[in-house]
Design a protein around this ligand. Structure first.
Ligand code: C2E
Ligand code: CA
Ligand code: CA
Length: 791
């Protein structure tokens, strides 16, 4: 053999052998733990061996040719075809139901058959002999060998089928792509084999080429495997990331330069509300973004591609299920082949956001009424103040305190108290423009921020509307309750320009509204502070007044209009304070009610009056009626009736001489309880009068249900009698209505002779007022009485 020939053989065979061995090592080094890797490596190794044996066959003399062919070259060839099928079956394990054992059985059947033929029938059954031509030596196939190769051709077709079915069943785009790559590799390998075969056949008449050259086509296989590795068909360390990609709950998508989704892992499909990857494949990611954020995102993407590296970019998506989800997106660019992509990691923070929103809501809202709370109000007030300071607009703070909320809570329980608060909250919200803010400060206090008003009148008319909203009753358990609200208003820039100052001043104004009897609104004035300061002082001294015996009773005479006879008196309390001088009840009764001191004071009044009544009785005045005022809080004490009974007994006053004056609101608000108590009081033998009649809300039907003996027409109606025509007819109506109901009618606050005469003509029963006498200290009253008795 010439040296030239040896070099040619070396080139022909050794280079492919080295290349294939190298490929085999690369595969096994990637990840030897995986069966697929080991099998691919083994296939390649077998092919390398087969080529090497061919080389050996050419190098040695012709006498060895048949042995080498029969025991080395062809077994290696058949084995590699078998291992290749085994590799395909293993890689496609999740797409078919062949067990490992059965796969191996099928894959090695041809090799088994080959050796069976070889040992049972001998070499001659497989090979006809050896052909040598020029430098080539070759074993000549017997028909059995063609049969064997037909078998192997079937295997390669099987490989192709495995690739195609696996690609079809693949769960992700990436998986499918890999199977298509393997399919192409198989196909190219086969095409190369066929091409070489055809070449050999066509060229055979011109020049001799041995059939064994066909084996060189296996190099295509080696090249293909290297390509698979690029696409990661074979498990590698990278496969771990692939698994992560598939199974991690983190959503990962791959986007191309047009923001088209190229890949999406199961986590991403879940976020996007899809079942399968093809629902999102090649769709624009921006389709999932809510309209408001879409355009800006597109722009940002286009301008940052491919260097995009977003960190925690927050987006809102609308997924396929129509759910809005908040996501955080991180991106990083990556290259795959020639193309550039963006890999995006998505975190669904919807729940976090919702929780944060809830926490925020709870921190800013009152849980009962769902109105904003004090904290939220303060923040809004600060912000609105800043805004308004630069303009000429006004800003108002309106503080509302319910007048009789405690009554509901105490008599019906907290459940109904809550219901009432909710009703008030709803009314306030309906009354106040959405531009402004209604908040609950806590308890029965509400506050309104009038963010911006152009005129003072706007604020006043809103106050008027809110006041009106309080004039409707709240129905609870079938009963109507008139809660009433005291409203205090402060206005920026007139009253104060700090948020604290405005709230404080609204509070002072509210206090004044309450002090003036409640259920009204007051705009803050500087003079109001004096009242508050005075009340603070008042309260301090009021607590000691009883102990220091500073209270006295004045008596205002009551006269029978028809006869002009003195027929009774109304006891009116006065406070002769060492520190403050003479204090009228108008100044301290509300305060006493608020502080609860009224119970003791009221008790003292009744006892004192009854003792005095007893003395008059003893003095021989026997047809009088002594009226005593009772406040609502005092009346609501559960043991009130017992206390009155005790006082009557210990004083010795005939019950028929005593009249308790109550107001309409006290009974209307709690009709059932009130009726029961009044019945008990009347059963004691005393009388009940409705004071300030006409200013409350009582209807005739209510009055009819209650055991009331006397109606006292409020001073304001008497005052109006000569002021205008209608004034007189109101009094006339009350008198005749009272008489229809068989009640006595008393006029109070009679100041002029004219009023006196008119009332007399209308048939009003009794009168009291400055015209006749002011409330008198006891000594003066007694002088009057002696004169009267004598007469
Ligand atoms: P009231 O029950 O309506 O008592 C009548 C008030 O009108 C008295 O004021 C009396 O001085 C005043 N008055 C009487 N005649 C005239 C008149 O001709 N013209 C005018 N302008 N006023 C007249 P006073 O004594 O200041 O009492 C104010 C209110 O304080 C009373 O109104 C009553 O609601 C309350 N009050 C007085 N004493 C007591 C008490 O012992 N207990 C309770 N709970 N409240 C009391
Ligand atoms: Ca009275
Ligand atoms: Ca009165």
């Amino acid at each position: 053999m010439s040296d030239n020939l040896s070099i040619l053989l070396l080139l022909l065979f050794i280079l492919p052998v080295v290349y294939m061995i190298d490929t085999s090592l690369v595969i096994i080094r990637r990840n030897a733990k995986h069966a697929e890797n080991r099998l691919a490596s083994l296939t390649t190794c077998m092919l390398a061996l087969m080529i090497f044996f061919q080389y050996l066959l050419q190098l040695l003399s012709a006498e060895y040719t048949l042995t080498i062919a029969a025991y080395l070259v062809y077994p290696a060839s058949i084995a590699s075809a078998g291992v290749s099928l085994w590799f395909h079956l293993t890689a496609a394990r999740s797409y078919h139901r062949f067990s490992e054992a059965r796969s191996i059985g099928i894959a090695f059947a041809p090799l088994f058959l080959y050796f069976l033929f070889l040992f049972l029938k001998g070499e001659s059954f497989l090979f006809l002999g050896v052909r040598t031509q020029e430098l080539w030596k070759q074993a000549v196939f017997a028909p059995a060998m063609y049969f064997m190769y037909g078998f192997l051709a079937l295997f390669t077709i099987l490989n192709v089928i495995i690739c195609l079915t696996a690609a079809k069943k693949a769960k992700s785009v990436a998986e499918r792509k890999k199977w298509m790559v393997l399919f192409k590799a198989d196909l190219y390998y086969q095409l190369a084999t066929i091409f070489v075969l055809v070449l050999v056949f066509v060229l055979s008449s011109y020049l001799y080429i041995p059939d064994s050259i066909v084996f060189l086509a296996t190099i295509i296989w080696g090249i293909s495997l290297r390509i698979y590795m690029k696409y990661d068909i074979l498990p590698s360390a990278k496969k771990k990331y692939e698994l992560l990609y598939q199974f991690s709950p983190t959503a990962i998508i791959m986007l191309d330069k047009n923001m088209m989704i190229k890949e999406a892992n199961p986590g991403a499909l879940q976020v996007l509300g899809c079942q399968r990857e093809d629902e999102v494949h090649n769709r624009a990611f921006s389709e999932f973004i809510v309209l408001g954020e879409r355009d800006s995102l597109k722009k940002a993407y286009a301008s940052s591609f491919p260097k995009s590296a977003w960190r925690n970019r927050e987006l809102t998506i609308m997924n396929r299920q129509g759910q809005k989800r908040n996501i955080l997106i991180d991106t990083e660019s990556m290259a795959e082949g020639e193309e550039l992509f963006v890999l995006a990691v998505i975190r669904d923070i919807t729940q976090q956001k919702e929780e944060a929103r809830l926490v925020h809501f709870l921190a800013h809202h009152d849980t009962l009424t769902k109105l904003p709370n004090r904290f939220h109000f303060n923040k809004e007030l600060e912000a609105s103040l800043e805004e308004v300071k630069s303009s000429k607009a006004l800003l108002g703070v309106m503080l509302i305190d319910l007048d009789r909320f405690k009554l509901i809570n105490d008599t019906l329980g907290h459940q109904y108290g809550d219901e009432a608060l909710n009703e008030i909250a709803a009314r306030l919200q309906n009354t106040v423009d959405e531009r402004h803010l209604v908040a609950r400060l806590g308890g029965d206090e509400f506050i309104i921020l009038i963010k911006k008003a152009d005129e003072y009148d706007e604020i006043v008319s809103l106050a008027e509307n809110i006041h009106q909203a309080f004039q409707l009753p709240i129905t609870l358990q079938g009963q109507d309750f008139y809660l009433g609200g005291s409203i205090g208003i402060s206005v920026h820039p007139f009253d104060d320009d700090s948020s604290d100052g405005l709230i404080k001043r609204a509070d002072i104004a509210m206090y004044n509204a309450k002090h003036s009897g409640g259920n009204q609104y007051r705009l803050y004035t500087n003079e109001m502070i004096a009242l508050v300061q005075r009340d603070v002082r008042l309260e301090k001294h009021l607590r000691q007044a009883l102990k220091r015996k500073e209270f006295v009773l004045y008596y205002q005479p009551q006269v029978d209009l028809a006869t002009g006879r003195l027929i009774g008196a109304e006891a009116l309390i006065r406070w002769q304070s060492t520190e403050l001088g003479m204090v009228h009840p108008g100044e301290f009764i509300t305060l006493a009610e608020q502080t609860g001191l009224i119970n003791e004071i009221g008790q003292w009044v009744i006892a004192e009056a009854c003792q005095q009544g007893r003395l008059w009785q003893e003095q021989g005045w026997d047809d009088f009626m002594l009226s005593v005022n009772v406040s609502s809080r005092q009346f609501m004490q559960p043991d009130f009736v017992n206390k009155v009974q005790d006082i009557l007994r210990s004083s010795g006053l005939v019950p028929d001489r005593l009249c308790l004056e109550i107001t309409e609101s006290m009974v209307v608000n709690n009709l059932n309880v009130a009726r029961k108590m009044l019945d008990e009081l009347v059963a004691l033998g005393i009388h009940i009068a409705i004071d300030d009649f006409g200013t409350g809300y009582s209807s005739l039907s209510v009055l009819r249900q209650l055991p009331i003996a006397i109606i006292k027409i409020d001073r304001s109606f008497i005052n109006d009698m000569d002021a205008y025509q209608g004034g007189l007819s109101i009094v006339k109506t009350i008198v005749s209505m009272g008489h229809d109901l068989r009640k006595q009618v008393v006029a109070e606050g009679v100041e002029t002779l004219d009023q006196w005469e008119q009332l007399k003509r209308l048939g009003c029963d009794k009168a009291q007022g400055f015209y006749y006498h002011k409330p008198l200290p006891l000594t003066e009253f007694n002088t009057l009485l002696t004169f009267h008795i004598k007469k």
